[in-house]
Design a protein around this ligand. Structure first.
Ligand code: GLU
Length: 609
C-alpha cells in the first residue's frame, strides 16, 4: 500500500479571553494600538480554540475561526503569523509536520512537509575539506549553505488548504501580511534570541540589515516590521507556491545557498551548499498515514517517518502501558518514564529514517509484542547503564532482552514552534514547524524577509552505510517533531505538540503521561518541570525538575544535568501548546505560562468563570 502521496502538483493548480487559570503578562504597550502582546496561558470556552507561543499569531488564528474559517484555515493563517513574530523558529524557509483530525469522516491525516536534501548533496558534505574532520556543529556547520534543505512549509500550507481548508492561500496569508507591515512589539524573548545569534546574523549583510538594525538587536518594546516578508507573502498570495518553488524568488534562494554573501569581517567559514532550482521545482509535500498506538483507553495519533516523533512516542507509551503508572509515587513514575524513553530512543536511532530511502519496521516498533520485549528490560528499581542497546525487530516474539549493536545517540538543539487549533465543528490541527536552530542557517534571503533553514544538520554528520539517518540526495533528515492528536472512542480528546529538537519527543511523552496517567489537569501537565532521557549517560532536566526530583531519582541511578541552549541561553525544555476537548464541547486551550516568555491560548466563546 502506498502510504504517501504527493500533492504539490495538484495543489499548485488550485477579548474577553479571561478564563479560569490565567495570568496576564504583557509589555502593556497596546493601549489604543491594535498590537496584541497580552499572554494568557490558559483559556476555557466553546466554539473553537487556538494555542501558540505568540499572542499575535493566536489572535490571527482566532479571528479566522470567528469569521467562520475552519481549523486548517486558522492553522495556516497562524503559522504565517508566526513566520512574522517568531522568524527565528519558523517560516517559509523551513519545514514541518501537519496533523489533522477531520470531524466529518473521523479520520486523521498528516502532511510531511519536511525539507529534503538537494540532489547534489554529497555524503561528506559536513566534513571540512581543510581538516578532514566534521565542521564544528555550532556555529560553523549550522551557519552555512550546506545545511539548507529544500523548504517544505509553503507546500504544506497550500496542500493543507487545498485538501481540507475553506480559505484560499491568498485569504489565509492576508492577516500575517498585514501583521508584517504594521509590525509587532519586540519582547524580551525576541530580543534575547536576536542577541544570542548576533555573531551569526552579523556574518550576513542581508540578515544584519533585517534583524540587527543599526548593528544591535531590536530594543524591547520597539515595533519590528518586515516589509520584505510582507512582499514575499503577497507574491505567494498572488501566484501560489509556484512563485516560491520557481521564478525569481527560487533563484534568490539558490544564489543565497550556493554563494553565500558574507560580511568580510566574519570568522565563520560559511561553507556553500547545494540547493538548486531543480530541487525547488521538484519539492513535494506528502500526504501520509499517521502512526497510531492504542494506549489504555486512548488512540494516540502521531507523525510517521520521516519524523521519529510518532514511532518513538508510541513505542514509549506501549512500554509504559505494561506498568501501573497511576499507582506509583512521583519518583517511580518518573523513573519509568525516563527508562521507557531511553529504550524507545535506542530503537529510533537504529531503525528510523526517511521511509523513501530506508526500510523502517514501523509496524514492529509500534507493536505490543515488541513493547513487551523492550519493557522487560526496564528495571523498576534501577536505571540501566546508558546507552541501552536497540531491540531486535527481527525477533519480534516477546522474548526478553534480544538486542542488537547500539546506534549513535543524538542530542539535537532547540528551536521550532508549535500550534494547536480546534474549530467549532470539531476539526483539530496539530502543527509543528521549524527552521531547525533558533535563527536557522542565519541566512536571510536578500530582500525576501525570511531565514533559510539549517534542517539538514538533522542528518548524521558522519556518513555510515548502516545508519538510517545517513545523508542521501533527495532524502528527508530524521525529525523528532511530534504533533499528536489523542482520540477516545473515535472522538478527539486532546491535541498537543512542542518544539525542542529531540526533546520534543520527551516533552510530548511526559505531558501525555502527566495528564492521562497521573491525572494532572492539562495546564499543569504542560507546565510541570521537564526532563529528557534520550539514551544518553545523563538525563537533561530543567533546574526545577532537578530540585524537585533529583535526590529521589539519583537513588535509582539517574544522573541529572541542567538543560541549556547556546542560541537561547534558556535552561528550559520545549514550548508546548495543547487543547483539551471535553465530551460536552468545553475546550481548554493551554500554552506555556513561562517557557519562551509564555504563550497565548484563546477560545472563541470564553466560558463564564
Ligand atoms: N530539527 C528538529 C527536528 O526536526 C526540530 C528543531 C527543534 O525543535 O529544535 O526534530
Amino acid at each position: 500500500m502506498d502510504h504517501r502521496r504527493s500533492t504539490r502538483t495538484a495543489a499548485a493548480v488550485a477579548a474577553g479571553l479571561l478564563a479560569a487559570t490565567t495570568a496576564l503578562v504583557g509589555a502593556g504597550t497596546a493601549g489604543a494600538d491594535p498590537r496584541d502582546d497580552v499572554k494568557v496561558p490558559t483559556a476555557v470556552g466553546y466554539g473553537g480554540a487556538i494555542s501558540t507561543v505568540d499572542p499575535e499569531a493566536s489572535r490571527v488564528g482566532l479571528d479566522v475561526l470567528r469569521k467562520g474559517g475552519n481549523a486548517v484555515d486558522a492553522a495556516v493563517a497562524a503559522a504565517a503569523a508566526l513566520g512574522v513574530t517568531e522568524p527565528y523558529s519558523a517560516g517559509v524557509g523551513g519545514g514541518g509536520y501537519f496533523v489533522y483530525y477531520d470531524a466529518a469522516s473521523g479520520e486523521v491525516h498528516t502532511i510531511d512537509g519536511r525539507e529534503t536534501a538537494p540532489a547534489d548533496m554529497p555524503r561528506d558534505a559536513f566534513i571540512d575539506p581543510a581538516t578532514g574532520a566534521p565542521y564544528p556543529f555550532t556555529p560553523d556547520l549550522v551557519t552555512s549553505g550546506v545545511s539548507v534543505g529544500t523548504p517544505g512549509t509553503p507546500a504544506t500550507w497550500e496542500t493543507a488548504l487545498d485538501e481540507w481548508g475553506t480559505y484560499s492561500l491568498k485569504k489565509a496569508l492576508k492577516p500575517a501580511t498585514q501583521l508584517a507591515r504594521r509590525g509587532f512589539v519586540v519582547d524580551r524573548t525576541f530580543h534575547d534570541q536576536t542577541a544570542s545569534n548576533a555573531e551569526r546574523f552579523a556574518a550576513f549583510p542581508a540578515t544584519a540589515e533585517l534583524f540587527l538594525p543599526g548593528g544591535e538587536p531590536p530594543v524591547v518594546g520597539s515595533v519590528f516590521r518586515n516589509r520584505d516578508l510582507a512582499a514575499t507573502y503577497d507574491l505567494l498570495a498572488k501566484h501560489g507556491t509556484d512563485a516560491f518553488y520557481g521564478g525569481p524568488l527560487a533563484a534568490d534562494m539558490v544564489h543565497a545557498v550556493q554563494d553565500p554573501h558574507t560580511d568580510p569581517s566574519t570568522d565563520l567559514p560559511v561553507p556553500p551548499g547545494y540547493l538548486a532550482l531543480d530541487d525547488l521545482a521538484g519539492y513535494e509535500a506528502l500526504l501520509q498515514d499517521p502512526t497510531v498506538s492504542d494506549y489504555r483507553d486512548y488512540d494516540v495519533y502521531g507523525m510517521a517517518p520521516s519524523s521519529s516523533g510518532g514511532s518513538t512516542v508510541g513505542e514509549a507509551l506501549n512500554i509504559l502501558e505494561t506498568f501501573d503508572l497511576p499507582g506509583m509515587d512521583d519518583a517511580a513514575y518518573l523513573h519509568h518514564y525516563l527508562e521507557a524513553s531511553a529504550l524507545a530512543f535506542a530503537d529510533r536511532g537504529a531503525y528510523v529514517g526517511d521511509p523513501a530511502f530506508v526500510d523502517v519496521p514501523l509496524g514492529t516498533l509500534l507493536s505490543d509484542d515488541f513493547a513487551a520485549e523492550r519493557a522487560c528490560l526496564l528495571d523498576p528499581a534501577a536505571a540501566a547503564p546508558k546507552p541501552v542497546t536497540p531491540g531486535d525487530v527481527d525477533a519480534d516474539d516477546a522474548a526478553c532482552g534480544e538486542t542488537i549493536a547500539p546506534a549513535d545517540s543524538d542530542t539535537e538543539n532547540v528551536s521550532t514552534t508549535n500550534l494547536t487549533v480546534v474549530d467549532g465543528d470539531g476539526n483539530v490541527v496539530e502543527y509543528t514547524l521549524t527552521i531547525e536552530q533558533t535563527g536557522g542557517s542565519g541566512m536571510v534571503v536578500p530582500g525576501r524577509g525570511f531565514l533559510l533553514n539549517n534542517e539538514l544538520t538533522d542528518f548524521s554528520t558522519v556518513w555510515r552505510a548502516d545508519d538510517p539517518n545517513r545523508i542521501e540526495p533527495g532524502k528527508r533528515p530524521r525529525s523528532s517533531m511530534s504533533p499528536t492528536i489523542v482520540l477516545r472512542d473515535g472522538e478527539p480528546v486532546l491535541a498537543l505538540g512542542s518544539p525542542g529538537g529531540s526533546t520534543i519527543i520527551t516533552t510530548v511523552l511526559q505531558t501525555l503521561t502527566n495528564h492521562l496517567d497521573r491525572g494532572m489537569p492539562i495546564g499543569e501537565a504542560l507546565a510541570a518541570p521537564r526532563a529528557a532521557q534520550r539514551n544518553t549517560a545523563s538525563v537533561t532536566a530543567e533546574p526545577e525538575f532537578i530540585e524537585a526530583y533529583g535526590p529521589a531519582l539519583k537513588a535509582y541511578g539517574h544522573t541529572l544535568v541542567p538543560s541549556g541552549d547556546q542560541f537561547t541561553s534558556a535552561a528550559e525544555i520545549g514550548a508546548a501548546t495543547a487543547v483539551q476537548i471535553r465530551d460536552d464541547g468545553l475546550l481548554t486551550a493551554v500554552s506555556e505560562p513561562r517557557r519562551r516568555g509564555g504563550g497565548a491560548a484563546m477560545v472563541v466563546e470564553p466560558a463564564r468563570p
